[in-house]
Design a protein around this ligand. Structure first.
Ligand SMILES: [Zn+2]
Length: 271
């Protein structure tokens, strides 16, 4: 594989009409992807897609912190032209998720984490995130972690629950370089989205993080990179993010592509 998009949501409804075409053109272009669930139904669909499409497609299962609460999400800045949606509150069922997580195509637990930007229900978020860390340790798979405005609490919970035993990635990394160093020291990876192609806020982390600890991802359908701004994002655009990392670090595109692909293979034990 020339690249691996470690975080896409082609399993979401926004791709319902043409998911097959999107999956096929991604695979035809030799780009791998991890399909990430945000609730039980989308986690299940991620596993079904990974089974159906086979080589180069894997799944992650988890309950996203925004789905612990009920509200409208209409985040133009993040979503571009992707329509807003209403969250569907779900209770975390450890047993059900564990069963799904044990599937051989499931390579990570997530997305899970903390989101104080969208919800102030901290207590339930902490409880459910702790359960995800336990689940990851239970099935011995790394985590794909979502975090907005909550890096200190996230770090504390990861330490307390021994999240470093399984590791994982801080997806859509949007913290400071000081935040980044704490997670790197704890053994975690950082992954970057298309937001780095139109915002400079993360440059310090992209430049300073060890090359063997960073990965690239689209978070499709959200945050299309600059060249596709306002459009629905898709896994193939991970190339734009890879280019930007290379430009910022002053090294070749090939070097970044090779390193980030290898990092993903190693972290998620991809076969
Ligand atoms: Zn996501």
């Amino acid at each position: 594989m020339r690249l691996i998009d470690i975080h896409s949501h082609v399993n979401f409804n926004v791709f319902r009409e043409d998911s097959d075409e999107v999956m096929k053109r991604t695979m035809a272009d030799n780009v791998g992807q991890i399909l990430v669930g945000a609730q039980y139904d989308t986690s299940l669909r991620a596993v079904e897609f990974a089974e159906k499409y086979g080589d180069g497609v894997w799944a992650a299962v988890g309950l996203h912190p925004i789905h612990l609460d009920s509200f409208e999400v209409d985040d133009k800045e993040i979503a571009g032209d992707v329509k807003g949606f209403k969250t569907r509150p779900e209770e975390f069922d450890y047993k059900k998720y564990k069963e799904l997580a044990s599937h051989k195509k499931v390579v990570a637990i997530g997305e899970c984490g903390l989101d104080y930007y969208r919800s102030d229900k901290k207590e339930i978020q902490h409880k459910v995130f702790r359960e995800h860390v336990r689940l990851a340790r239970d099935v011995k798979k790394p985590m794909i972690i979502h975090c907005r405005n909550a890096y200190d609490d996230l770090y504390q919970i990861l330490k307390e629950e021994k999240g470093d035993e399984v590791g994982g990635t801080i997806h859509f990394f949007a913290g400071t370089w000081a935040d980044a160093q704490k997670f790197l020291d704890l053994g975690f990876h950082l992954s970057f989205t298309g937001v780095i192609t139109f915002a400079d806020d993360y440059n310090e982390s992209i430049i300073n993080a060890p090359l063997d600890r960073i990965m690239v991802e689209t978070d499709a359908p959200y945050v299309a990179p600059a060249a596709y701004r306002g459009k629905r994002n898709e896994p193939l655009y991970v190339e734009e993010i890879t280019k930007k990392v290379a430009e910022l670090r002053g090294i070749s595109y090939e070097e970044v592509a090779k390193a980030t692909t290898n990092n993903a293979i190693k972290l998620f034990s991809l076969d």
